[in-house]
Design a binder for this molecule. Structure first.
Ligand SMILES: *Cc1c(COP(=O)(O)O)cnc(C)c1O
Length: 380
């Protein structure tokens, strides 16, 4: 006779549960595609798909028809290639020394960021007698990556330096696309238009998420959205045209009565202004719940707000639930940190940062629950 031993499920053990709606990511890609049409829409999945999981997001978007994916680093490209054998994967970080064989072997398209890399890739193409694809980044004002104006001059004077390369894309990146009124975007657009007019013909990619909303002049031949796919508002100050893709619920570990004048947490930073109840939740700064949310953030219990009080600990936060009905907050209950009542953009505002950083900081300890898309078939 055997004794049935029911082990706990990960969702029961985790301090918090991150629900990722791949169907919503696909919906956002479709909305961006519709806006960009007839130009196609790529997907930027760097930083592990902005924290949501590049492989899961990549599979869902490939299933929906996306055929071009951008990552920042070669290791990200290799991880994505293992999940997605077919689509084009472009690597924004250039062509580091001694990596060309890895690019070729795994069919990763480098984004060449200066003339040295252009020359190196041309040599690789000649050696292998193959026009291997590459994108070339032109700097139009970021002063971060890409060919400088002097390098554009040099290349337009001697376009034979491109000989052998399978020139796939000219691209540039906007500095102020999220500020619709900024004159910088128009200046960059003018520089890009002038630059590509002097260079051999190839498709052009210019717009990130917010750039797509600056109008069709910014669309060229390929959109390159990242953050909007994941539900962050690409049009700050205006209603969000995207749908939310994540929710984060933390578990109540304990609820305690605390007297007037007692303090809560590290530094005794919060003193109870009246007797009340404190709920302790199983999430902290080690999970990407920003320390700056201490005494500023809000969580929602069955749709009712409760303030985060005291400092954020590594694994815990404390919430004043005195205003909630007795019995509404009990150990084991899940409380909304990000979700319909607290969109990522609002949490970012409370934390003094941007939605990008909230997403890319999402913790590794969360139990991740993928829904929608192809999640049922294959998660992560
Ligand atoms: C990150 C990145 C993008 C995507 O930007 P979003 O603002 O997230 O849409 C596009 N292009 C380049 C070069 C990037 O580095």
């Amino acid at each position: 006779m055997t004794i049935e031993c029911a082990l706990s499920a990960p969702a029961d053990r985790a301090g918090a549960i991150l629900t990722i709606d791949l169907g919503a990511v696909v919906e956002n890609w479709r909305r961006l595609s519709a806006r960009l049409s007839p130009a196609p829409c790529a997907a930027v999945v760097k930083a592990d798909g902005y924290g949501l999981g590049a492989a899961a997001v990549g599979r869902a978007l490939f299933g929906a028809g996306c055929t071009r994916f951008f990552v920042a680093q070669l290791d990200e490209a290799l991880a994505l290639r293992a999940a997605l054998p077919d689509p084009q994967i472009l690597c924004l970080g250039g062509l580091p020394a001694r990596t060309d064989s890895t690019f070729v072997h795994h069919r990763i398209t480098p984004v060449l960021n200066h003339l040295g890399e252009v020359d190196a890739w041309a040599a690789v193409c000649r050696e292998r007698n193959t026009a291997l694809p590459a994108a070339i980044h032109i700097d139009t004002g970021m002063n971060r990556l890409g060919l400088s104006p002097a390098e554009v001059d040099e290349l337009s004077a001697d376009p034979t330096r491109l000989t052998g390369i399978g020139l796939d894309l000219w691209m540039s990146h906007l500095a102020c696309a999220d500020e619709a009124e900024s004159p910088v975007s128009g200046e960059q657009l003018a520089r890009m238009t002038a630059a590509v007019a002097r260079l051999p013909k190839a498709p052009v990619s210019f717009a990130n998420s917010s750039g797509i909303f600056l109008g069709s002049a910014y669309h060229f031949d390929l959109g390159r959205p990242g953050v909007a796919l994941y539900g962050v508002n690409p049009t700050p100050g205006k209603p969000n045209p995207m749908v939310p893709t994540i929710r984060l619920d933390a578990r109540v570990l304990q609820v305690r009565s605390v007297d007037l004048g007692m303090t809560v947490g590290y530094g005794a930073a919060h003193r109870m202004p009246r007797a009340g109840r404190i709920a302790t939740l199983g999430v902290g700064y080690a999970d990407g719940y920003f320390r700056s949310l201490g005494a500023r953030g809000h969580v929602f219990v069955d749709g009712v707000p409760a303030p985060v009080v005291g400092r954020i600990s590594m694994d815990l936060i404390t919430v004043d639930v005195s205003g909630l009905a007795d019995g509404a907050v009990v150990p084991g209950k899940l409380v909304e940190l990000i979700g319909p009542n607290r969109p990522v953009d609002t949490v970012a505002e409370e934390a003094g940062t941007i939605g990008y950083e909230i997403l890319t900081s999402l913790g590794r300890r969360y139990h991740r629950d993928y829904t929608g898309g192809d999640a049922g078939k294959k998660a992560v």
